[in-house]
Write a protein that binds this ligand. Structure first.
Ligand code: SF4
Length: 745
């Protein structure tokens, strides 16, 4: 009997026992028929649940259920536009494979429905026994950038302060750890400085390892609204959709970007194209940086990057002071073995040319997931809530004081990073793993390594909106969670804007908002007092606001969800009026403006108020090509209709029509001709770790000796090489050595 039949049988028997709280308050847990707060036949606005752009969508309800949507013309992010994923955002909610009841793997090895009471007892019994028998470091969690900030916050409190887990990380390690560390070291706080308005106000827009035409299409639309006739420069080994649309493309050799950036700095200094006043007033470390880049002779850099000296000069001249230059990067930089220093080399260029804090400028990291920024501030994984440090005793005291807990239970260092957790499982030190809203059996950079680890676990829990993701299929226990549109909370987009998720549709069966799953686990574990002032996500939001007080991300001026709704999202910081008793009490200390950038006063978050130059020598590519594996495999987004492991976008027939049905590999015509490969042929791509089968697409978008595969196909991460940036431990997905041949079968 398959899972669908078992589920149907279970529902027929009607033996699904709810917990006490669910029976008392079914609507609160997402079990009721009618969404809260909203009229049954109405239209409301909320933020899209896919990417970090954070577009506003108008959701149309009939009989209490979302039936359709249109992009919100009033929302300051997207101004009435949406990409295909946004238009299809409701479709994944209706999929047949929604997790609707908890599932427990039985003695026969199959997953079978159980009630929440049994699921929660099994969860707590197993985790408690693993911790008791193997020690407090024997269990861990892996979370996500896809859930609202209140849920990340609740998970961090529960896991670290309630259950006493030492180790937990999120899939944001796979996309944004590099930017997080780079900003912290350079600016003194993880603070992307820009507003989307800067796309419209630049004279020169440079994209490093970024393909916004398909990865962030609405941001690209903002570029297209620029009336200053900007130079648009793309730095990418591949001729991406954005490179084709740009005014200039620099197709550098893969992973030569750090060398290129130091070479550009060399030219700017040599030619005197720098802003000395800005450097002296607002930065430290420039003299040491000047010494460092002296050896990056443009002729040599031109050879290493493949761009040549003349094009280096042309590029540098575009950055000279006098124009508004904005520098943007995404995963081509972040997912690198030296991503942090590469991001900081971009930051250094912005600092030395005075392109910070002014319209149309900035060193700007574009985020990936809808709430990566929330994870960076409140997930309690790499840092304490509010962007505080585990290692700082004052920070631990502050957090403990606000939460009303003993500071002694807060660990004095972050736990293991994602890769170290998987390594811990494979080494037998970690026995239980809790995976929330992410799919590492597909997405992890060394996919087979994760699958080996999963097979060794005594207990794997997957909490997800689908019961059949690649990772859920391996689980001992599946906890069904409500999805975007079925719960409420705040997410933070790339430009630091807090936007709202709302509950506009009931969750299926007994699926619950993750917030309430965490609260129930706290109750079964015996640590529910952690949540004593947080019955709802909005109350948790107020607690997070208290934790943000006095921090660079201070948003104490945001009083409630209604205010976020009314204002069309609000960028942090927005501190409250400083006088709690005064006439302005409870109101923001400054006017709310629709778009706002940081560092307009030239003050950064280091104690001396200055930004730091950070740099170090480029490192060799971890897995260079060889005669046996002669191709460099590049990976990236395939189309604007796909999202990550396709668990949601794959549910839409409309979106599926917008991307190829089969796995795809781009190969240059010269290589294809030599290997007798034609477009449409099935080929085998092999690395030292595994093999993928894909259809060839012969195209000069890649250079000779390079291949490109979209990351959404499950085979791709069988190939990728697990190397990690030493500062951020972010995996390097963008380069590994492979060979390719026509599939003989
Ligand atoms: Fe949603 Fe991102 Fe598309 Fe906007 S660009 S509609 S946020 S997926």
């Amino acid at each position: 009997m398959d899972l669908k039949d078992r589920f149907a049988g279970f529902m027929r028997q009607r033996t699904g026992k709810l917990t006490h709280e669910m029976v008392l308050s079914p609507g609160r847990f997402g079990l009721g028929k009618t969404p809260e707060r909203l009229q049954p036949d109405s239209t409301t606005s909320m933020v899209c649940g896919f990417c970090s752009t954070g577009c506003g969508l108008k959701i149309h309800l009939k009989d209490g259920k979302a039936v359709n949507l249109t992009p919100d013309p009033e929302y300051p992010v997207n101004l009435g536009m949406a990409c295909p994923k946004g238009w299809e955002a409701l479709t994944p909610l209706k999929a047949d494979d929604r997790a609707a009841l908890p599932l427990l793997r039985g003695p026969d090895g199959a997953l079978a429905p159980v009630d929440w009471d049994q699921a929660l007892r099994v969860f707590t019994d197993k985790f408690k026994s693993v911790l008791a028998f193997h020690g407090k470091e024997a269990a861990a969690f892996l979370s996500t950038g896809q859930i609202p900030t209140e849920e990340m916050f609740a998970l961090g409190l529960l896991a670290k302060f309630g259950m006493g887990l030492v180790h937990g990380d999120a899939n944001t390690r796979q996309c944004m750890a590099t930017s997080h560390v780079a900003y912290k070291q350079s600016f003194g706080f993880d603070a992307p400085p820009f507003s989307y308005k800067d796309f419209e106000e630049s004279d020169v827009i440079v994209f490093f390892g970024a393909n916004p035409c398909i990865a962030h299409p609405i941001m690209w639309e903002r570029v297209m609204m620029n009336k200053r006739n900007p130079e648009i420069i793309v730095v990418d080994p591949r001729q991406t959709e954005t490179a084709l649309a740009a005014t200039r493309h620099y197709p550098l050799q893969p992973k030569s970007d750090l060398t290129l950036l130091y070479g550009l700095a060399h030219i700017l200094i040599r030619e005197g194209w720098i802003d000395r006043d800005y450097l002296e007033a607002h930065t430290t470390g420039f003299e040491e940086f000047r010494e460092h880049v002296k050896t990056f002779d443009p002729a040599a850099v031109g050879r290493i990057t493949g761009l040549g000296e003349a094009r280096m000069m042309e590029f540098a001249e575009s950055l000279r002071p006098g124009k508004r230059v904005s520098l943007w990067w995404t995963m081509g930089v972040n997912q690198s073995h030296e991503g942090v220093r590469t991001a900081q080399a971009i930051i250094n260029l912005a600092l030395m040319t005075g392109n910070m804090g002014k319209p149309g400028t900035g060193a700007n990291s574009i985020t990936g997931q809808v709430n990566a920024m929330g994870s960076r501030l409140f997930s309690n994984t790499t840092g304490l809530p509010g962007g505080r440090e585990f290692k700082d005793p004052k920070h631990r005291e502050e957090v403990a004081g606000i939460l009303g807990i003993d500071a002694g239970i807060i660990q004095d260092k972050p736990g293991l990073a994602y890769d170290q957790i998987i390594e811990g499982v494979n080494a037998g030190r970690i026995k239980a793993l809790w995976v929330i809203a992410t799919n590492p059996a597909h997405s992890w950079v060394d996919q087979e390594d994760f699958r080996r680890a999963a097979a060794k676990l005594e207990f794997l829990v997957v909490q997800d909106m689908y019961h059949d993701t690649d990772t859920a299929k391996l689980a001992h226990l599946v906890l069904p969670s409500a999805a975007w549109g079925e719960k409420e909370g705040v997410v933070i987009n790339s430009e630091r804007r807090m936007g709202l998720f709302k509950k506009v549709h009931p969750a299926p069966g007994q699926a619950l908002a993750d917030f309430y799953i965490f609260k129930l686990i706290a109750k079964y574990w015996g640590c529910e007092s952690l949540f004593k002032d947080m019955d709802t996500p909005e109350q948790a939001f107020r607690m997070m606001a208290r934790l943000s007080a006095g921090r660079p991300c201070d948003f104490t001026g945001i009083t409630d969800y209604r205010m976020i709704d009314r204002e069309g999202g609000i960028q942090w910081p927005l501190p409250a009026s400083p006088d709690p008793e005064g006439p302005g009490a409870g109101t923001p200390a400054r006017p709310i403006v629709r778009e706002r950038r940081l560092f307009e006063d030239g003050r950064y978050y280091h104690p001396d108020g200055k930004a730091k130059f950070k740099f170090s020598p480029p490192q060799p590519i971890p897995e260079p090509v060889t005669s046996e594996f002669p191709f460099a495999l590049l990976t990236g987004r395939g189309s604007s209709a796909q999202w990550h492991t396709n668990t949601r976008t794959g549910k839409s027939a409309v979106l599926r029509k917008l991307y190829p049905a089969d796995s795809l590999v781009e190969i240059h015509p010269e290589d294809a001709s030599r290997l007798k490969i034609a477009s449409g042929d099935w080929v085998l791509v092999r690395s030292r770790r595994g093999q993928a089968r894909a259809r060839a697409s012969v195209a000069s978008t890649v250079q000779p000796g390079q291949l490109f595969m979209p990351m959404h196909d499950v085979e791709v991460n069988r190939l990728t090489f697990p190397s990690f940036d030493p500062h951020s431990r972010q995996p390097s997905y963008k380069h590994c050595a492979v060979r390719v041949e026509k599939d003989p079968s």
